[in-house]
Design a protein around this ligand. Sequence first.
Ligand SMILES: [Zn+2]
Length: 187
Amino acid sequence: MPYRIFIDQGHNPRNPNAGAEGNGLREQDITYDVGVRLAALLNANPDFEARLSRNSPDTVLGASNAESLRLRVAAANSWPADYFISIHTNASDIPNASGSEAYVFAANTTAFYFAEQILAGLNAATGLADRGVFVRPTLYVLRKTAMPAVLVELGFITTPSDAFLMRDRPDLFARGIYNGIRAYLGL
Ligand SMILES: [Zn+2]
């Protein structure tokens, strides 16, 4: 049986639940693209089956922010997925904040160690710093998913070097997450 990986691209193309903006870029465009590339890598490997929360760039999930999040979790839970990955870009008021980080529901869990491998894969593929895994039990998509769930922040859309790398080399971010998934599973 292939591992079922649910990839949530985090945001809608417009409100409700649009993403952050910076350096002329929109989070939802970056996460949509990286998600599609990650799904393609996974679905080309018989060890995996991947599904996306947004299968087209125009797809808007939900009529409110809460419903948008609920529908993403419901799609993963009803499948059911074995692992859930929500893809985001970070934002900060701190100039030149840089690197990738991840959030999970609790420490010392499958999700925590899975997230560590995803960040290691991203660091190796993109060269961006690994800022570590943080526990965020209040995040809806981590709280309500029935399987190990990781929210990954690829880099800072507010920092030009991170933003332009995400714009120009989305393939590196998809490949990094893919390599991290395989490393965690020993595949
Ligand atoms: Zn986001």
